[in-house]
Design a protein around this ligand. Structure first.
Ligand code: F6R
Length: 243
């Protein structure tokens, strides 16, 4: 595990964008695993700039997102598909047919099975970016999730519903369930970067890095991965004993 502590969210985003940019340059046909949420928004902006200035060509890139709400249509304003289109896909030269976000409507069990198969058929994810929840969830794998699970349907915890209510008109509109890549699916990625910023994430970062591997702290299972880079700002690193 490699730990990079940055001054702030901006520097964290720059380091993350640089890793993505280098991956795309070294393999223009990379399979990239992407996340939504507030944490990677600036990284996506920087990647859009790198594409516009001709440094990165996304025409051969394939992407797989981590998760989606259940019961929210892909074209809904708060869907993760809409987030990805607005923050990245519509602003770069990627072929939309090569972008994948789990489908939260229709036959969800079947969607789960097909999602893992689709990742496998592409040869697996080369580089995966993750955020982390205040309760140390990764993707929507809440505490108690199995370490070897594949894409599945999950119940969201109150803390996640609360944190995500900022995107909805009212907390009552936040879906209670989601479709998410499992911890097992995530661990198969060849390289993982996890980003966190702000003091609200400090306890989760401490538990993930310095605590035991336990399903109470889903992100702690990342300790098993052999190519993990954690990029956190000083506030998110503030509870770490060793820096
Ligand atoms: C999003 C995802 C989530 C977020 C996490 C942190 O696709 O998988 O695990 O990464 O909830 O969200 P933010 O970045 O909004 O604090």
């Amino acid at each position: 595990m490699k730990l990079i502590i940055t001054k702030d969210h901006e520097e964290m985003s720059q380091k993350a964008a640089e890793i993505f940019s280098n991956q795309i340059k070294s393999n223009p046909k990379s399979i990239l695993g992407l996340a939504t949420g507030g944490t990677p928004e600036r990284m996506y902006e920087l990647l859009v700039n790198l594409n516009k200035s001709g440094i990165n060509d996304w025409s051969g890139i394939t992407t797989f997102n981590l998760d989606e709400y259940i019961g929210i249509e892909a074209d809904h304003s708060v869907s993760y598909r809409t987030y990805m289109n607005e923050n990245l896909f519509s602003k770069i030269n990627i072929n939309l047919a090569n972008t994948h976000v789990p489908k939260g409507t229709g036959d969800i069990e079947l969607n789960c099975k097909k999602y893992d198969e689709a990742i496998l058929a592409k040869g697996g994810i080369d580089l995966q970016v993750l955020g982390i929840g205040e309760n140390a969830h990764i993707a929507f794998n809440e505490p108690g999730s199995p370490e070897n699970g594949g894409t599945s349907i999950v119940n969201l915890t109150e803390s996640t519903i609360q944190a995500n209510s900022r995107y909805f008109k009212s907390i009552n509109d936040v879906p209670k369930t989601a479709i998410t890549m499992g911890i097992g699916s995530i661990l198969k990625a060849r390289k993982i970067i996890l980003l966190a910023s702000g003091v609200k994430k400090a306890q989760a970062i401490k538990d993930m890095i310095e605590g035991p591997m336990t399903d109470k702290v889903p992100a702690s299972f990342l300790q098993k991965h052999n190519d993990l880079t954690i990029i956190v700002d000083q506030a998110a690193a503030s509870l770490l004993k060793r820096t």
